[in-house]
Ligand binder design. Structure first.
Ligand code: PLP
Length: 279
């Protein structure tokens, strides 16, 4: 939100993948901008391509907003494809807002920090936070790295809205950085096990499921059930008390999928899978 409010003028366009984290398009709209969607799907591994971005660049385009590893799909973009996006951004002088809050949660693949790509340090607004890797959801500690000018503009807005992150949260974040790495490694291993169980379980039920390589979500297709994603989620919740998020919450291209979060115990995941099978 701060990044958008800091850089957008009314009518500026921001290109982003669809499906995407629920706040992305809303934050652009709240800042007076227009979100421009790039459809992604299971067939292209929910990756956003440089060519698809470039096809949507107009005189009003200000920025590209990406978030990999991705919520809701678990997709992770390979370095060469991010480099292609960086090249488009440089050529059209677009800012890239890269939400890398799941950077540490990758399984068998490498995460590439967008700002480390050639000449992208200046052109990137890097966003991160402690909620995911350090399981500090609700502690409200996040961060942004960008040029001095952008950070100054963001700080000015921040000062009059959030004021500051809680003192407790800030102290905890410092402690997490100092001594949390072993716990993160342990959790990544654990999440990986849960990821393998949930993806296999969903496939065994008969749902096709893209293999997520990051974050802690599986995004199976429910197209074969004859229900739309909202109906599926509502009925699964009321009939079997299993909560999933309808894919449509993440954009038009999310329709036909549901998001299953595996940031919960293996026992709960197994129970949820057996209820889904019954459903
Ligand atoms: C992609 C992404 N970015 C940002 C956030 C915000 O996290 P928080 O508000 O806990 O810092 C989330 C939370 O779900 C997310 O999935």
């Amino acid at each position: 939100d701060l990044a958008m409010r800091a850089i957008l003028n009314p009518g500026d366009e921001v290109i982003m993948p669809d499906p995407h984290y629920v706040a992305y398009d809303s934050c652009v709209i709240l800042a007076g901008g227009t979100p421009i969607m790039v459809p992604t799907n299971q067939e292209n591994n929910f990756e956003i391509s440089a060519a698809d971005i470039e096809a949507r660049v107009t005189s009003k385009t200000k920025a590209i907003l990406i978030g990999y590893p991705a919520n809701p799909t678990g997709a992770v973009m390979p370095k060469n494809k991010l480099a292609d996006i960086a090249e488009v951004a440089r050529r059209h002088q677009l800012v890239v807002i890269s939400d890398e809050i799941y950077a540490k949660l990758v399984y068998g693949v490498e995460h590439t920090c967008f700002a480390t790509l050639p000449e992208m340090k200046e052109g990137t607004i890097l966003l991160g936070g402690f909620s995911k890797a350090y399981a500090m959801t609700g502690w409200r500690v996040g961060y942004a790295a960008a040029t001095k000018e952008v950070i100054a503009a963001m700080t000015r807005i921040h000062q009059y809205t959030m004021m500051c992150a809680s003192t407790m949260g800030q102290v905890a974040a410092i402690e997490a950085l100092k001594s949390g790495e072993d716990s993160v490694t342990e959790m990544v291993e654990d999440y990986n096990n849960r990821r393998l169980v949930i993806v296999k379980g969903l496939k065994d039920i008969g749902l096709t499921c893209f293999e997520p390589r990051g974050a802690f979500y599986a995004f199976p297709s429910i197209k074969g059930t004859g229900m739309n994603s909202e109906e599926f989620a509502e009925r699964l919740l009321t009939e079997e008390k299993v909560a999933v998020v309808p894919g449509s919450a993440f954009g038009q291209c999310g329709e036909g999928y549901v998001r299953c979060c595996y940031a919960t115990s293996l026992a709960d995941i197994e129970e949820a899978l057996s209820r889904m099978k019954r459903f």
